[in-house]
Design a protein around this ligand. Structure first.
Ligand SMILES: CCCCCCCC/C=C\CCCCCCCC(=O)SCCNC(=O)CCNC(=O)[C@H](O)C(C)(C)COP(=O)(O)OP(=O)(O)OC[C@H]1O[C@@H](n2cnc3c(N)ncnc32)[C@H](O)[C@@H]1OP(=O)(O)O
Length: 156
């Protein structure tokens, strides 16, 4: 993981403004997704203003972390399924078709969160991932993301 370039760093500049993962969005979260064995991983430390009630993280933020780690994981999985590197063509560009989130426990503010992704299905233009969010080693949120490769017409 240490020497890996995150999948988001392979997105071209013009597709790097996403609030969740775009490196060119100065206000965004800059989510970065990597392989860690057969799982994907990302880390994020919420700011004090990502608050729900004192001491706890806002759920909408957690959903957005799952969203972008899910689409990033989908892209990682699509390249892996074809046994090629993310800098090869044709490029895979995914958007979220479905995002389901279950908040299992309150997520504490002030600590680094770990997102881990499992690849559930890679089929045609669709990749399904299951994402967990952990704080202090305990899973507080689970999500499922259906990501679909964007039609070429979106990108013109
Ligand atoms: C906002 C547009 C951005 C465009 C630029 C993207 C460039 C990406 C590049 C770099 C990444 C940086 C950005 C990361 C993004 C972060 C996450 C977001 O915030 S994304 C924004 C929120 N999402 C949307 O606005 C999607 C709106 N929805 C759509 O455009 C369509 O519904 C779309 C493309 C998702 C699917 O439409 P179809 O017509 O192409 O898909 P069909 O052919 O019907 O389905 C393909 C497969 O997907 C399943 N599927 C489709 N929708 C589903 C759903 N809602 N739930 C479950 N499965 C679904 C279907 O059942 C089918 O699966 P079977 O092959 O039969 O197994």
């Amino acid at each position: 993981m240490k020497n890996q370039k995150p999948i988001q760093d392979y997105y071209p500049d013009e597709l790097s403004y996403c609030y969740g993962c775009g490196r060119n969005n100065e206000y965004g979260h800059h989510i970065k997704s990597y392989w860690d064995g057969d799982e994907t991983v990302s880390h994020f430390t919420p700011k004090e203003y990502h608050i729900a009630i004192p001491g706890y993280v806002y759920g909408g933020l957690l959903a957005s972390l799952i969203d972008c780690h899910g689409t990033g994981s989908a892209a990682l999985a699509a390249y892996k399924a074809e046994n090629r590197q993310p800098d090869t063509l044709p490029a895979f560009r995914f958007v979220t078709a479905s995002l389901q989130v279950d908040f299992l426990k309150p997520t504490p503010l002030g600590v680094e969160l770990e997102l881990r992704g499992k690849i559930v299905e890679v089929k045609g233009r669709k990749v399904i991932t299951e994402i967990t969010v952990s704080a202090n080693g305990e899973i507080t949120v689970k999500g499922k993301v259906v990501a679909v490769q964007v039609p070429e017409t979106f990108l013109k």
